[in-house]
Design a protein around this ligand. Structure first.
Ligand code: PBG
Length: 340
């Protein structure tokens, strides 16, 4: 058939978009509750503490932690990632509390494991919550010393493993840390503890609200982490970082931040067969919440679309502060709301 405009289109992609059932059948990517990891900030004291730059997220004290974890468990969220908020007077130059087997995180891990043995527990390995200077490693002669930091990190990983953590997630970006930690864990009898490597962790300005949540911003006092976290301009370097981490024994690799770095996720997905995780970081969460609060976007819809985009790029699982909200939404609809 022809018209004055020439041949009618023989291929009409709109046929595949015409009805909800047709869209469901032809959807390539889904967001599932199985993909979600809830990061949790743990604090001292007996009360939850809101984080102004992260609306809807509160630091959780140990006595209320079970209530909170139960909600996640109830929505079938597979895993959590723990971060401590340490009072300033307990921080020191070496971040020595990081490897104290009775620190806040180790206590939280023991508590959660005893009550929720089926939920996976991931814990960060990096010194920044514990150091008075706010850096992820030992700060010596004006810079973070790589090899001395490795010793401290492996002690931290061992304390976490001993407390019962399932996955350690080195977020420090020291060279050689994955192999160093893997050997330390294996020698101590923790070969079952997995490593989720923050392989492509960028020196990003999207971490601001997280540093508020941990109270580490002031410690850094205007200094940055550019001598160890990656330059946002670099994509090829991420392949070298991830390749090294996998060669040293990483089980899973992570890209962080998430949405601004979809190309990195895609590159790593093409290059490696290991699972790739993404961290939708605090700044990404805060931007969506802020725009929603102003009535400028539908925050829930934008959140789901952002997470779906991470899946589409090649992500296996996602750390997102919205995990509980999103899981509730997905479970309420009884199938992925990403089916349009
Ligand atoms: C610390 C760490 C950071 C985040 C996770 N682990 C911050 C940083 O590197 O300064 C950021 C997470 C977020 O912004 O949500 N090593």
């Amino acid at each position: 058939m022809s018209s004055s405009f020439g041949q009618f289109p023989l291929s009409r992609l709109r046929r595949l978009r015409s009805t909800p059932w047709m869209r469901r059948l032809n959807q390539e990517t889904c967001l599932l509750v199985d993909d979600l990891i809830q990061p949790i900030f743990i604090c001292e004291g007996n009360d939850t503490v809101p984080i102004p730059s992260m609306p809807g997220i509160e630091r959780q004290p140990l006595n209320l932690l079970s209530n909170y974890i139960f909600q996640l468990y109830d929505e079938n969220i597979p895993a959590i990632a723990l971060f401590p908020c340490i009072p300033t007077d307990k921080k020191d130059l070496e971040g020595s509390l990081a490897y104290d087997s009775n620190n806040l995180i180790c206590q939280a891990v023991r508590l959660i494991k005893s009550q929720f043995p089926d939920i996976g527990i991931i814990a960060d390995v990096a010194l920044d919550p514990y150091t008075s200077h706010g850096h992820d490693g030992l700060f010596i002669n004006g810079d973070v010393d790589n090899d001395q930091t490795l010793e401290a990190l492996s002690k931290q990983a061992l304390a976490l493993a001993q407390a019962g953590v399932d996955v350690v997630a080195p977020s420090d970006m020291m060279d050689g840390r994955i192999g160093f930690i893997r050997v330390a864990l294996d020698h101590a009898g923790y070969s079952h503890v997995a490593i989720l490597a923050y392989s492509a962790k960028y020196a990003s300005s999207f971490y601001g609200p997280f540093r508020d949540a941990l109270g580490t911003k002031g410690n850094l006092s205007g200094k940055d982490k550019k001598s160890y976290q990656m330059n946002p301009a670099n994509a090829r370097e991420a392949i070298r970082e991830a390749g090294q981490d996998l060669a040293q024994g990483a089980d899973m690799i992570m890209v962080k931040p998430g949405l601004p770095y979809l190309d990195i996720i895609r590159n790593l997905h093409q290059e490696f067969s290991a699972p790739i995780f993404a961290y939708q970081v605090s700044g990404e969460y805060a931007m969506i919440q802020a725009a929603h609060a102003n009535g400028w976007i539908d925050g829930q819809a934008v959140m789901l679309e952002s997470l779906l985009a991470l899946k589409r790029a090649g992500t296996a699982s996602i750390l997102t502060y919205a995990a509980l909200d999103v899981a509730r939404e997905l479970n309420r609809k009884n199938y992925s709301t990403q089916r349009r």
